[in-house]
Design a protein around this ligand. Structure first.
Ligand SMILES: [Zn+2]
Length: 56
């Protein structure tokens, strides 16, 4: 199991909006502090297709 320690902070006031965001997500988060819209884009470098099927 792998855990993501990604901290999403506001680009305006640097307020912590979210933590441990899901991978491959593209969500717009609104900062409750200053009301700025932050686009969260978490992309993974390793992107493999399906695992090799076992014969048998
Ligand atoms: Zn903010």
């Amino acid at each position: 199991m792998e855990t993501t320690d990604t901290e999403i902070r506001c680009g305006q006031c640097h307020k912590l909006l979210a933590r441990g965001w899901a991978r491959d997500a593209h969500i717009v988060h609104k900062c409750p502090r200053c009301g700025a819209y932050n686009t969260l884009r978490a992309t993974t470098a390793n992107r493999q297709g399906q695992p090799p099927a076992k014969a048998g």
